[in-house]
Ligand binder design. Structure first.
Ligand SMILES: Cc1cc2nc3c(=O)[nH]c(=O)nc-3n(C[C@H](O)[C@H](O)[C@H](O)COP(=O)(O)O)c2cc1C
Length: 304
């Protein structure tokens, strides 16, 4: 029997496949397709201290092998999540990872305090959203600011593990990873979306109302694999790998590069069952390679 369970900062996931923040809402729609207890975990839609309506439309555009989005963290706010969405998610036998974005380090602290008191399994600190003006990406591109937000989150998260989500929109992601590790993070997740742009050549207008957006989907997988591999060599933290995963082989690449678990995001829009397929195909790959546990894939790449 192949053991599918993995550990992420002391949290045991029944299998290594979680769903990526912002692509699964709070699980209500997807729960009509399958029992969310099939998933290793759910990264909930990004939360802010106060409700946000997000950016003006159009805010999604298709690209070759991916999408550009500029949703801009539309969400009901952390208090509504705790009172209305968390009880719903709690019905399922899966780990719940709350994802937060703040305008200031203090806001991250307040949200961590609320969420740890509410009893989420893990907090994913988003310092990498390319679609908001204040905070967001600014924190994820400067090591000292990334460290400051991490310290604040850790101080207020109690015993709930803090996973910091890194941006690929940097020259050297290892610098940010090291700063965040030094500030006490329990885990890292990467990658968030890569900034991009599309233009309608007839109107000469950008397709997205915000002009630019974040690229995700299969097109970004090689970037994610490279970044997970680079980061895993310089930090001693577990990594949740994501970016373009739509099949087991994609997830296996991220695990071989150093990820302990993987998240499926954009692939959900074409196929709500994608995470379950990734899970089953990962198990097939590990089984074919004669492993007794899928976690044995982690860090197993043999670089030239
Ligand atoms: C529509 C959309 C909304 C997203 N919202 C969030 C968010 O609220 N918080 C966050 O940390 N990442 C957010 N992301 C980024 C994803 O969680 C993920 O890091 C990224 O899309 C790469 O994975 P994928 O290629 O499998 O989608 C969002 C992505 C998309 C496509």
């Amino acid at each position: 029997m192949l053991d599918l369970s993995v550990s992420l900062a002391g949290v045991t996931l029944k299998n290594p496949v979680v769903v990526a923040s912002g692509t699964f809402g709070f699980g209500r729609e997807y729960s009509q397709f399958y029992d969310l207890g099939e998933l290793g975990g759910v990264c909930a839609k990004g939360l802010t201290l106060h409700p946000r309506t997000g950016n003006p439309a159009p805010r999604i555009a298709e690209t070759p092998m991916g999408i550009l989005n500029s949703v801009g963290l539309e969400n009901p706010g952390v208090d509504a999540f705790i009172s209305q969405e968390l009880p719903f998610l709690r019905q399922f036998d899966t780990k719940i990872i709350a994802n937060i974005s703040g305008n200031t380090p203090e806001e991250y602290g307040v949200m961590c305090e609320k969420l740890s008191a509410a009893g989420v399994d893990m907090i994913e600190v988003n310092i990498s959203c390319p679609n908001v003006k204040a905070g967001g990406l600014a924190y994820g591109t400067r090591p000292e600011l990334a460290a400051e937000v991490t310290e604040m989150a850790k101080k207020h998260a109690g015993s709930v593990p803090v996973m910091v989500k890194l941006s690929p929109n940097v020259t050297d992601i290892t610098e940010i990873a090291k700063a965040v590790e030094g500030a006490g993070a329990d885990a890292l997740s990467l990658i968030n979306t890569i900034r991009g742009m599309r233009i309608d050549v007839n109107t000469r207008r950008p397709i997205l109302k915000m002009n630019t957006g974040g690229l995700s989907g299969p097109a970004v997988l090689p970037v994610a694999v490279r970044m997970v591999w680079e980061v895993s060599q310089v930090v001693d933290l577990p990594i949740l790998g994501m970016g373009g995963v739509s099949k087991g082989e994609d997830g296996a690449q991220l695990m071989l590069a150093g990820a302990s678990a993987v998240a499926v995001g954009t692939a959900l829009f074409a196929d709500p069952f994608a995470p379950l397929k990734v899970r089953d195909e990962l198990a097939d790959i590990a089984g074919r390679q004669g492993l007794s546990a899928v976690r044995e894939l982690t860090g197993g790449v043999r670089p030239w």
